[in-house]
Design a protein around this ligand. Structure first.
Ligand code: CTP
Length: 406
């Protein structure tokens, strides 16, 4: 059997001399049993004809954003929904610049914006263009967004120069895709329960106590676990985020509702990741009616909420339990203290309250601790960090499973 059975790969071909190699790439992908649909830019067609790709893939080649023959001209949305991943090979410096700024002026660039699937880019350009400050900056931004770079390689270029910028050989690209796709399945067969977002503790029908959690990290963690092949349930507090594809989402509001939603479901899960910023206190007596303003400021009596994480870790047959720690001071000491006190298998700590990273940001920096080990990851997008975290959790989980009392 080929390496990519049932994998739907959208191959984007942009206009560089390496476009001729994309034909061989399409052939290799098909021989590995992938379903391949090709989208070509206008300039790519100056190097290779669409018919070549049509013959190799057995599918029509799409080239136009606004095609009067296409039903309602929604080809970009249809293709974006169809694909499991998009591979751009070759990706010219110009196309990479377009991706960076989100310019959608043709079918392929529009697709890259519309698709919520992994994007893989095989750059192909002259070495001076590759090392120019603009390209270096564009590549840095694309990487931060989680776009995977395939190459470029080093060697002789069509212009007669030598250096970095050459598109990887089709066989090398297929090898890298193979490694990436199998790494993608680090959690195949596992079931993961994730919590995310803040909780809301009502005071009266219009007022509540909450915190600044956006839920972004927890949602990316759930998404990464699902991408890794796990079946994922996400218990979420109120957030303004789209639901991750392929994840069962249970919406709750209060810490108590989150506690019950987790405890009702956690049995049978292999891994629990508590990324939610659960309120530590709730209001003892909530008013059924809106409290009227009075001259005397009211005193709110608070009570401790139940610690969901500690309760999960304390179950007789507890899953591999991962906690989060948001800290403004003494990050390492506090995180290690929580790891021990709550009997966790791993804790993911991040500094909050600074200028970068933290609750509302798209970026974060993480310090992760477990019994006998730790790792630090510098500032990166939450999407990238979530992918790395899921790979690390999967690795630690398989070691944990070999412990004698498991
Ligand atoms: N947590 C939980 N239930 C609670 C409070 C927290 O499950 N009632 C979990 C969070 O989901 C997170 C971890 O505990 O994984 C750490 O939460 P944090 O608020 O940082 O720690 P606390 O133990 O509440 O300590 P402190 O607020 O003093 O830092």
């Amino acid at each position: 059997m080929g390496s990519f059975p049932n994998k739907k790969i959208l191959l984007g071909v942009t206009g560089g001399i390496a476009a001729y190699k994309a034909a061989e790439l399409a052939r290799l992908l098909v021989s590995e049993q992938a379903s391949v649909r090709v989208v070509m830019t206008g300039s790519a067609q100056s190097f290779v004809g669409p018919l070549t790709f049509q013959a190799l893939t057995g599918n029509p080649v799409a080239t136009e954003l606004l095609d009067a023959d296409e039903e309602a001209s929604m080809e970009h949305i249809r293709l974006a929904r169809w694909a499991d991943c998009i591979v751009i090979a070759p990706a010219t410096a110009g196309f990479i610049a377009k991706m960076r700024i989100g310019l959608a002026d043709d079918l392929l660039s529009t697709l890259c914006l519309a698709a919520d699937v992994p994007l893989l880019v095989a750059p192909a350009m002259n070495r001076a263009m590759w090392s120019s400050p603009a390209t270096v900056e564009n590549i840095r931004v694309l990487r931060e967004r989680g776009i995977v770079l395939l190459g470029p390689g080093k060697g002789f270029q069509a212009c007669g120069e030598q250096g970095y910028g050459r598109m990887l050989e089709p066989g090398e690209i297929v090898g890298k895709l193979d490694a990436l796709f199998s790494r993608d399945h680090v959690m195949a067969g596992l079931s993961v329960l994730v919590t995310a977002g803040p909780t809301r503790e009502p005071i009266d029908p219009v007022r509540y106590i909450t915190n600044r959690s956006s839920g972004k990290m927890g949602y990316e963690v759930a998404r990464a676990a699902a991408r890794g092949g796990a079946s994922v349930t996400l218990v979420s507090g109120p957030v303004c985020l789209p639901k991750p594809d392929g994840v069962v989402v249970v919406e709750i509001e209060t810490a108590d509702e989150m506690y019950r939603a987790v405890m009702d479901r956690v049995q049978g899960h292999d891994i629990y990741i508590g990324a939610a910023a659960v309120a530590d206190y709730s209001v003892v007596e909530t008013s059924e009616r809106k409290m009227k303003k009075s001259d005397v400021a009211p005193q709110l009596l608070l009570t401790l909420t139940r610690d969901i994480l500690a309760n999960v870790a304390g179950l007789e047959q507890s899953p591999f339990t991962v906690g989060f720690a948001a800290e403004t001071d003494d990050l390492e000491a506090n995180a290690k203290q929580k790891l021990a006190a709550k009997k966790l298998d791993m804790i993911v700590a991040n500094q909050v309250g600074g200028e970068e990273g933290g609750f509302e940001s798209d970026n974060n920096a993480l310090s992760i601790f477990w019994q006998g080990g730790n790792i630090e990851w510098g500032m990166a997008s939450k999407k990238i960090l979530a992918g790395k975290l899921i790979a690390l959790v999967a690795e630690r989980y398989s070691q944990w499973m070999t412990l004698p009392n498991k």
